[in-house]
Design a protein around this ligand. Structure first.
Ligand code: AMP
Length: 316
């Protein structure tokens, strides 16, 4: 007897909407269609905020959401509020058709792809979310206002994706973010806590290319030589995670020296920090056998691109 092909996950044609009103209307309809789902107060909703130019890293977020939530909405919006540099904003890749295809394949139900006028009618908002001290360091230090812009757009998306608002809803509402942007995860978690958003923030592990480079929409701007040079970042992080796992002293200066040995890489920072507060680990924790958990973080300019990466450190 001929064998049957494995059934693939049934996917429906994805819907793309561009206005806030359509987003509300379609999310309400999709949640209505799944009204019987979920033992915990109705269907759960998953939100995957992105800026588009999607790759396998974003796909991992979509997969995590589709695996867990009854209705999944992804947003594709290049948020001008979080760009300090106009050139970076102008050249940010916009690939909505391919993005929608990737999200459809993952099983996402709806894409919200507004333009800036739709998201910020009448120009940039006067009232914004201030991300606070967590946002002043590391990425925030070299990109002033970046995390205020992130928090402002993320809080708007939290509101917009949930028709009827937060009141009285008991079913889970989750938002998926990449661990690749560890400071973003820490800042958004803090915002959710401080401003009482009834949203569970889910951090999805970083997806890397086979050679270790963390996937990023900006990698496409690297020449072959620069891409090769950029590998020193994940190598430096691996050096630290290997030492942490083996309960050896971290000695982060060694990792920093490794990055500095690569002439095409201009190091901004490399440090070992507390994953929640992002405060650098105290001196003895760097120089004595490692115990507990921490995060190694790095940022560097490689050619025209600023790259960031991080790795969790855990004693085995
Ligand atoms: P972006 O479109 O760059 O704003 O990213 C949208 C979301 O995808 C953010 O939560 C990122 O942290 C996440 N993301 C980007 N690159 C990766 C990656 N390589 N692995 C996992 N998540 C990622």
């Amino acid at each position: 007897m001929p064998t049957q092909p494995m059934p693939t996950r049934p996917t429906r044609p994805i819907q793309i909407v561009h206005t806030r009103a359509e987003l509300r209307e379609h999310t309400a309809r999709l949640l209505g269609e799944k009204a019987g789902a979920g033992s915990d107060g109705g269907p759960s909703l998953g939100l995957v905020p992105t800026m588009g130019a999607l790759h396998e890293g974003h796909r991992a977020l979509a997969d995590a959401a589709v695996a867990r939530d009854d209705v999944v909405v992804a947003s594709v919006f290049v948020n001008p509020l979080q760009f300090g540099d106009q050139t970076d904003l102008d050249r940010y890749p916009r690939t909505l058709e391919a993005d929608a295809a990737l999200l459809e394949e993952a099983g996402v139900d709806l894409v919200f792809a507004p333009d800036a006028d739709e998201m910020y009618p009448g120009g940039q908002p006067e009232v914004r979310v201030t991300a606070g001290p967590l946002a002043g360091k590391w990425e925030g230090a070299s990109r002033p206002g970046h995390f205020d812009g992130v928090c402002t757009v993320v809080s708007k998306l939290f509101h917009l994706a949930l028709p009827g608002g937060f009141d009285g809803r008991r079913a889970p509402y989750r938002a998926y973010f990449g661990q690749k942007d560890a400071q973003q995860v820490a800042v958004v978690r803090r915002m959710v806590r401080d401003l009482d958003f009834p949203v569970e923030v889910v951090a999805v592990p970083t997806v890397r290319a086979e050679d270790g480079l963390a996937l990023s929409s900006r990698n496409r701007f690297l020449s072959d030589e620069e891409r090769e040079a950029a590998l020193v970042l994940s190598r430096a992080l691996r050096l630290l995670s290997g030492r942490a796992a083996a309960r050896e002293p971290l000695l982060p200066d060694d990792a920093e020296a490794l990055v500095r040995s690569q002439p095409l890489v201009e190091l901004d920072y490399l440090d070992v920090v507390d994953p929640e507060t992002l405060e650098p680990l105290a001196f003895p924790c760097r120089e004595t056998p490692f115990a507990g958990e921490a995060l190694a973080i790095v940022a560097a300019k490689v050619g025209p691109v600023r790259l960031i990466d991080n790795m969790p450190l855990a004693a085995q």
